[in-house]
Design a protein around this ligand. Structure first.
Ligand code: FMN
Length: 214
């Protein structure tokens, strides 16, 4: 079970409350790679984990492979986290218009380079890297299968798919058929994400929302 990262919400206190309910992976708030590389004091303060928090799961957001690699090197050299997730889910038009966030996988070569740069920087320390993405920009520009395969080739430990496009933002319903399609396309574990409002949504009747192998 993974608590999806939520900016402004999944801080160290919120995660502690969640961890009291049992084990799992509780991803911290998104950390911007540029801010980390620039040693922004507010960003450094956001990388806070409980003394007993394991794994320490950190989400990074970036659009540049070199800066992302530099940020990952800081994380591993300073032993700031045990797991790094890369955020390709941000649907904010201000970000996607410039080709970032959930639009980034559309730029296939950049996406592959960025993920590989993160994996290469993290793997000497044995820190697994995962990616979290959406289905694509909109229904005419779906990227999730190709991006999932590229991420797998780059060496990620798992891929999380939020079953919506960027154009949908948080509206409509999450497409769990797309999550199943991705699961069938990849060998690495696939995490399904979207429309889990309460524990029963994830756990009731067996695992209706969990794709085989997760
Ligand atoms: C307030 C808020 C902040 C979020 N921040 C992030 C974030 O920083 N990184 C990320 O990958 N997803 C972020 N998300 C998306 C969630 O991780 C998740 O993918 C989404 O909420 C799943 O859809 P659901 O709300 O239908 O369950 C955020 C969502 C919300 C509601």
């Amino acid at each position: 079970m993974v608590l999806a990262p939520m900016a402004g919400i999944t801080n160290v206190g919120f995660r502690r409350l969640c961890r009291e309910q049992g084990g799992g992976i509780y991803v911290c708030e998104m950390i911007t790679t540029v801010a980390l590389v620039e040693r922004n004091p507010k960003t450094l303060r956001m990388i806070a984990f409980g003394d007993d928090e394991r794994p320490r799961s950190l989400q990074l957001y970036g659009t540049d492979p070199e800066i992302t690699a530099a940020a990952v090197r800081i994380v591993v050299e300073k032993d700031l986290a045990d797991h790094i997730d890369l955020n390709f889910g941000c649907p904010v038009p201000k970000v996607t218009r410039k080709g970032g966030g959930s639009a980034l996988p559309w730029r296939r070569r950049l996406f592959a380079r960025l993920v590989r740069a993160a994996v290469d920087a993290a793997s000497p320390a044995g820190v697994p890297v995962t990616v979290k993405m959406r289905k694509g920009i909109d229904d005419d520009h779906l990227t999730y299968v190709e991006a999932g395969l590229a991420a797998q080739d780059a060496g990620v430990a798992a891929v999380a798919l939020h079953g919506r496009t960027a154009a949908q933002r948080y509206s409509g319903t999450a497409d769990w058929d797309a999550i199943a399609t991705l699961k069938q396309s990849l060998d690495v574990p696939v995490l399904g994400n979207g429309d889990i409002w309460k524990a029963d949504d994830a756990a009731a009747n067996g695992r209706p929302h969990w794709v085989d192998g997760v």
